[in-house]
Design a protein around this ligand. Structure first.
Ligand SMILES: [Zn+2]
Ligand SMILES: [Zn+2]
Length: 85
């Protein structure tokens, strides 16, 4: 279950909406550098190269979205907007 929420950044007080969590049939990966999100179907996990299509850096399982303003991951979900299967 993925959740779309409004986050409050503890560093710069920016509020932003982000989605995090795995889908029923796909696992969520985030880029360590640019926070680009990709959902990889379970059947394709073995061949996934963990490379970000946008910047070429590493994709990883990261539970906290990045603040788009200060690029830190020190933020808290304030309000749940939507649940996504
Ligand atoms: Zn990236
Ligand atoms: Zn911030």
């Amino acid at each position: 279950m993925a959740m779309r929420s409004t986050y409050l950044c503890q560093e710069c007080s920016n509020r932003f909406d982000a989605t995090r969590g795995d889908l029923m049939k796909a696992k969520e990966f985030r880029c360590v550098s640019c926070d680009s999100v990709k959902y990889i179907p379970h059947a394709e996990l073995e061949t996934f190269d963990y490379k970000c299509a946008d910047c070429g850096d590493k994709m990883d399982v990261i539970k906290i979205p990045m603040c788009p303003v200060c690029k830190k991951r020190n933020n808290k979900a304030e309000k749940l907007l939507m649940m996504i299967d």
